[in-house]
Every structure is written in C-alpha cells, then in structure tokens.
Design a protein around this ligand. Structure first.
Ligand code: ADP
Length: 507
C-alpha cells in the first residue's frame, strides 16, 4: 500500500529557503551547523554509507551512539538512500544488542568509539557485515568517510508509507520489539508538534533524552528540524548542566522535553529556586506519569509545563495537555492532537461509559503499520478494524480530557479491587521528603496481592514507614494503602529515565 504522497526531505528544503539559519549545535564537541552545512554532511554521510558498505534501499543501518548531531545526520542520510535508520540503546548488554541485530539484520553498525568492544562482539555474534566508528567530531571512520565522500546522490522517491526508522521499544515491559516508524508517522507527529507544541522556525529546542528513544528523536527533536528550527543536542542527561542550559540567556532555549525523573532531579539542583526560566515557552513532560506535586512545583515557579502521552508505536504524540491547562486539568494528559482518534474499551472491545476506566485504543496516520518480523504481535496488537492496543488504562472526564490511569500490566488486584499504582504514588509524592517512589503489587496470602512502596528520600529527609502509611491511610481507600514501605537509595531507571518497575523485587 502506498499513499501516493512523497516523503519530502526537510533539511534539503530548509537549505533552499534558509541555508544560513542555525540548524544544530552539538554541545559536547561545540560544533554548530547551519542548514546548508548540515545538508552537506548528510549528503556526504549518505555517499559514504553507499560507497563503503553498499547501503541501499530498505537496508538497515544500526547506530549505537550517545546523543550527537551525527546521529541525526545518519538518520537523514538513511532517508537519502531509502535505507532504514535503526538507533540502538547503548545501555543494553551485548546479548540484548545481539537479539536486536539478529532480528533486524543491519548491513552496518555505526558505533561511538566508547562502544567499540560491544560493537565488535555484536558484529561477530550476529554476523553484521560491517562496523564503523563515530567519535563526536574527532577522527573516526565517519569523519574520514565524510571527508572522502565524492559523487552525487540521487535519492529515491519515497512514499509516506515507507519505513524510515525501526526503533526497538525500550523494554520496560519485556522483550524488545522493533516498531516501524514510517515517514507518514513522522510527518503527522511533526504536524501535531507544530500545532500543539507551538514549534516554529524560531524554536530553540534542547534534546537531552536519548535519541535511540522516541522521546529524544521524535519529541521535539525531529519536529524542530521539520519547522526549520534549531536543535541543541546534549550528549546525555546531567541535571546540573540541564539547569545551566535552561537558564542560559544567550542560548535562549524555547523548548525542552523530558520524563518526570529529569524534572524531579532539576528541582533538587541548588540553583533551582532562584532560576529564571522566563525565555522558555514551556517544558514538555511525558513518557511516564508525571507526579502531580511536580507539576505544582513548576506551576508555583510560573514555568508552564505541557503534558504529553505517547508511545514509540504512535509517532509518539497521542495526547497533549497544553500548558495553560497544566494546573486546571492537573493529572490529565489532555486531548488527542488533530489527526489522532482515541477510544476507551473494556476487555471485550466495547467502549466504556464516560468516566469509566478501560484500555486506551488509538487509530490514525501517526500509528505504526506494525512491528518488524512479529506477525503474532501484529495480530494481537491491532483490532480487525485497525485500532492499536496501547496497553494503558485510561478514563475521560466530563470535558473529554483523558487521564492515563496506569499501564494495564502495572495494575494489581487486592482483595478483588483494582489498584492503579500511579494513584498511590501520587499520594506518596505529596510528602515533602519524598524524591521518587514506585508502588508494585506483591503476592499476599489473604488479599491475593497488596501494594509495596519503594521510596527514595530527599537528602536529609526524615520519614519512616509509619508516616508514609499513615498519610496514605488518610488519602486512599484501605485496599489501595500499601502494606509495606521499603526505603532505597535509588530506583532502577531505563536509559530514558523511566522507572523500571519490573526490576523491583516482589518477594
Ligand atoms: P517503553 O514502553 O519501552 O517505555 P515507550 O516510550 O514507547 O517505550 O512507552 C510508552 C508508554 O509510556 C505508554 O504506553 C505509557 O504507559 C507510558 N507513558 C507515556 N507517556 C505517558 C504519560 N504522559 N503519562 C503516563 N504514562 C505515559
């Protein structure tokens, strides 16, 4: 199936219209590129991939790198060859990378020099024909390849339904699956970001979530390139640098998107209370349930926060709460963007009544056509009429606003009652000394399952189990109140910063 609409080359377009406009700034290497400069490097990268490794239409190009403007270049170079860009999670162990490489069979693995050993091991184990190094502007196979690149490129005409990227879901819920991201998904996500997030050619966005995850690549990174704006790329998240960049008057960032943990860490920085964020249009927060207390903290500081819900498989933007509603609709993830359709269904697939909780289902041009090599998952992930199962529990209020209640898989049943951990976590976040917390269901003789709260305290905080449980007891029905609190130094996070609940002990 094709749409009959070609996938346009955003960078080539901006190079025609605004060649000298700033396109990208790689902070770690302090390299800055205008659109014309970026365009030239992308063409060279494509010539190199083609000439050195024979990359052509449909071939997979795996990229194992920390955040770097080179990663975006490789993504656009893949488009110019009709190849499929495949960013890999550098926090994965060799066997995990091997699993992905066997599944996707890339022609070449381009890797940051710090991952050279892993890349060589994966190459051997998964029989990848080529590996090549990348070194954040320093001498590497990539820079040598770009410098030597000659010839002209004739990019194939790509349809919006062609696959641009395969992104393996970060695996907070099991074995990774490669979500195919088409040009159509990318395009509609950009449209939604332009309208709902307010990105324009004047936008100055900070990319700090990893670009192997949809958060770093597609919200708001790629949409900023789509509008002809400026992306500032941080190699990896660091809270002190994050605060310094957000308050840098010269840099004058307008947008940044993170997961809740990033902003919780920001509030812990010594300079946070006095920081002036007035040049920011808003901060985007998504990827996991945002603690209500956190949104209130930013609200009190006068920093607009925009809630976003999405999935790798959905482009990702699927719900958006504009920052003017951050406090009046606190807890909601907002409304679907223009071309997104949503419904909430019971386990039999019937729509629930307004206000009731069910599974969020999504349909639209932003939704993946399916996972790479996974016929069974593709059968079970979609209904016969094309609705995609999000696996998230949600409800709608009387104004039609959506609330992500929790992931279905994180829900547990205590004495026959459903408990959504996010609701309990939000109550625990109300306690001043709590930095982070996660509630999980653990087996219990009498009730089937009961809640156990894992709590990380702020430095110097003085809270004990009794205080946490007493507070929950005043705010929640008895069956929702955890039976136990365990204080730990740190919660396990994935590379994006999301809490990995399945790693928390249940025994
Ligand atoms: P992974 O499942 O590997 O973390 P994704 O980034 O695709 O990879 O995760 C999408 C999931 O993240 C959603 O299905 C949902 O459970 C969660 N999520 C995303 N945004 C929000 C949000 N604003 N509120 C609550 N949960 C969210």
């Amino acid at each position: 199936m094709t749409t009959g609409i070609t996938a346009e080359d955003w960078i080539a377009h901006h190079t025609l219209t605004t060649p000298h406009a700033p396109a990208a700034h790689d902070l770690a290497s302090n390299r800055r590129f205008t659109y014309a400069q970026l365009d030239d490097r992308i063409t060279r990268a494509a010539l190199w991939l083609k000439g050195a490794f024979g990359v052509g239409r449909g071939d997979r190009v795996a990229v194992l790198s920390m955040n770097d403007t080179d990663v975006f270049e490789l993504q656009f170079a893949c488009q110019r060859l009709g190849a499929i860009f495949m960013p890999l999670n550098w926090r994965l162990a060799v066997p995990e990378l091997e699993f992905i490489a066997r599944d996707s069979e890339p022609v070449v693995l381009v890797h940051g020099t710090e991952f050279a050993d892993a890349a060589r091991d994966v190459q051997k184990l998964a029989s990848i024909p080529h590996v090549a190094s990348l070194a954040n502007g320093k001498p590497s196979d990539y820079e040598a390849g770009l410098a030597a690149a000659r010839g002209t490129l004739e990019p194939p005409a790509l349809d919006l339904d062609d696959t641009w990227t395969i992104m393996y879901t970060s695996g907070t819920t099991g074995r990774p699956k490669g979500a195919q991201i088409t040009y159509r998904m990318a395009f509609f996500n950009c449209v939604h970001c332009s309208i709902g997030v307010g990105l324009t050619s004047k936008s100055r966005n900070l990319v700090f979530l990893p670009t192997f995850h949809t958060g770093g690549l597609n919200v708001y990174g790629n949409p900023t390139f789509h509008t002809g704006g400026f992306n500032v790329v941080m190699r990896a998240f660091d809270p002190a640098q994050f605060l310094a960049l957000l308050t840098d008057k010269e840099l004058a960032l307008t947008h940044a998107l993170g997961v809740p943990t990033n902003f919780l860490m920001l509030t812990q920085q010594p300079g946070f209370a006095a920081a002036d964020f007035s040049h920011l249009q808003h901060l985007g927060i998504g990827g996991a349930a945002a603690p209500l207390a956190l949104i209130e903290t930013f609200g009190r500081k006068g920093v607009p926060m925009q809630q976003l819900w999405g999935m790798t498989e959905t482009g990702p933007l699927g719900l958006l709460l504009t920052s003017d509603k951050a406090l009046s609709k606190i807890g909601s993830s907002g409304l679907p963007p223009l071309y997104v359709r949503l419904k909430i269904c019971d386990p039999d697939g019937n729509e629930v009544k307004r206000g009731e909780t069910g599974e969020l289902m999504i349909k639209g041009p932003n939704v993946t056509p399916g996972y790479w090599n996974r016929p069974e998952a593709n059968r079970t992930s979609f209904t016969a009429d094309g609705w995609f199962h999000t696996g998230d529990a949600a409800r709608q209020d009387e104004d039609g606003y959506y609330y992500i209640v929790d992931r279905w898989k994180d829900m547990f049943i205590s004495g026959g009652e459903n408990v959504y951990p996010v609701e309990v976590e939000n109550v625990i976040y109300q306690l001043d000394g709590v930095l982070e917390n996660a509630v999980v269901g653990v087996p219990h003789e009498k009730w089937g399952e009961v809640g156990r709260a894992y709590v990380v305290l702020k430095p110097g905080a003085n809270l004990d189990e009794g205080a946490v449980l007493d507070h929950c007891g005043t705010q929640l029905a008895r069956y929702k109140v955890p039976k136990e609190v365990r204080f730990i130094a740190e919660l396990p996070h994935n590379a994006t910063g999301k809490i990995l609940k399945h790693q928390l002990p249940r025994t």
